[in-house]
Ligand binder design. Structure first.
Ligand code: PLP
Length: 433
């Protein structure tokens, strides 16, 4: 029996309505920019498996480094103990993070890194005897699926059943360049009227909102306003971190730096699950005390797993290497060229790009969202390209090692799609995303 069939007996997949989803496609191999399914079909992984495998699948520098670590120390408690992979990673990561980041706290995934950031911000005020309990977040933000992370997220399709258990969160619009002053005013009013503890944001690109992008100057001003009022700023760089926006971190595009940063996804280059919440000295100092209860009593069993730390270290070495830096530059230039070619196409409503991220909003009837998304997904898979359109948006986030030929194949398929009858069919009944 195929893996796809055996899968159906006991497995429950994420973000899936199994009654209507059909079979899962079984993947058996990944190498470089490619994935292979169990029937032997090959696909270009044009979204780096959800923004993780940015140095390519099964990158040998990374697998070798982890394999070596496996021979010496696999796992040890990180409370009371430490080890070389964590120490070396801290030195390497602090070296590339924005200059104000000083301390690293480990966990296992993007959501927990956000959970930790929120707890740090709340306890920062609590430890100083201040009652600040409200958080500010952007409209259409996404920060993960645990309770704190869900609270600050704004995509209601995921959050419905849980809303009454959420933290108190106020929302502001994203700064577009035109509305910067108004958004700044929105935030200022909130800071005046509520006890705001922190402001969490996905810097520059909101991934789950179909790669919606916003204005760096506008965001920079919001951060500054927060700093003036001791509102803790949290940059959720789970998606944008490690080169996606053309710099190491999206926060590098702005003068004002966040107090706390959330990192995961490309942190371990897709090899192992791990996350880090980094923070500035002033956050750490608010917990540093003779009183035990002022410490940060949060911990996960696999905190700073040595193998995951090795994967992250190998990843950072690659990120700062010449071939990868050149790869990123090449992708950015290619996207710009492709953009010139298609932005005037009648089926293109809008395009946007930031670093290696390129997104196209299709000019189609909104009521066809769900149905069209599945057709688009299949359209690209049939052409050997793994893309995951969101609503009417097609986006690419290729691994930095992607070749020119592979990029061209993706662009060609998108052009074919724009001219394909699939986009001009009669309206279908609305279905769920
Ligand atoms: C993916 C993502 C998360 C959640 O990370 P998980 O590892 O899926 O829990 C949080 N924030 C952002 C911006 C993300 O893209």
């Amino acid at each position: 029996m195929s893996l796809s069939k055996r899968d159906q007996k006991h497995l429950w997949h994420p973000l899936t309505q199994h009654k209507t989803s059909g079979e899962m496609l079984a993947m058996v191999k990944g190498k470089g920019a490619y994935l292979w399914d169990e029937k032997g079909n090959k696909y270009i992984d044009a979204i780096s498996s959800w923004y993780t495998t940015v140095y390519g699948h099964c990158n040998e520098d990374i697998t070798r480094s982890v394999a070596e670590q496996m021979q010496s120390l696999d796992q040890v408690v990180f409370s009371g103990f430490t080890h070389a992979p964590a120490v070396e990673l801290s030195e390497a990561l602090i070296g590339i993070l924005p200059y104000n980041q000083e301390k690293l706290f480990f966990s296992d995934n993007g959501s927990t890194s956000v959970e930790i950031a929120i707890k740090m911000a709340l306890q920062y005020h609590f430890n100083q005897g201040k009652k600040r309990t409200v958080l500010v977040a952007f409209e259409e933000g996404f920060h993960g699926d645990t309770f704190g992370a869900m609270s600050v997220s704004d995509l209601s399709i995921y959050n419905g059943p849980f809303e009454e258990f959420f933290l108190e969160v106020k929302r502001i619009s994203v700064p577009t360049g035109e509305n910067n002053q108004a958004v700044l005013q929105q935030l200022e009013n909130l800071i005046k009227s509520e006890a705001i503890a922190g402001f969490i944001y996905e810097p520059l690109v909101q991934g789950a909102a179909a790669m919606k992008m916003h204005d760096a100057d506008g965001l920079c001003q919001l951060i500054r306003l927060c700093q003036e009022h001791d509102v803790i700023t949290i940059a959720d760089e789970v998606m944008t971190g490690f080169g996606k926006t053309g710099t190491h971190f999206a926060s590098d595009h702005m003068l004002n730096k966040p107090d706390i940063m959330c990192l995961s996804k490309a942190l371990t280059a897709g090899l192992l699950p791990m996350a880090i919440t980094s923070c500035a000295q002033k956050i750490y100092d608010a917990f540093y005390d003779d009183e035990l209860r002022k410490g940060f009593f949060h911990g996960h069993t696999y905190t700073a797993n040595p193998l995951a730390c090795r994967a992250a270290l190998a990843g950072i070495k690659l990120l700062t290497s010449d071939p990868i830096k050149t790869g990123i530059k090449h992708i950015i230039a290619s996207h710009q060229e492709f953009d010139q070619e298609i932005r005037q196409h009648p089926m293109v409503k809008q395009t946007r790009h930031c670093g290696v991220i390129y997104a196209i909003d299709l000019n189609i009837n909104m009521s066809r969202y769900g149905d069209l998304r599945n057709q688009l997904f299949q359209f690209f898979m049939d052409r050997g390209i793994f893309l995951r359109p969101l609503g009417n948006t097609i986006y690419i986030l290729p691994p930095y090692i992607i070749s020119n030929d592979q990029l061209t194949i993706i662009y060609q398929a998108i052009k074919e799609c724009l001219n394909h009858p699939i986009l001009n069919q009669r309206d279908q009944p609305h279905s769920l995303l």
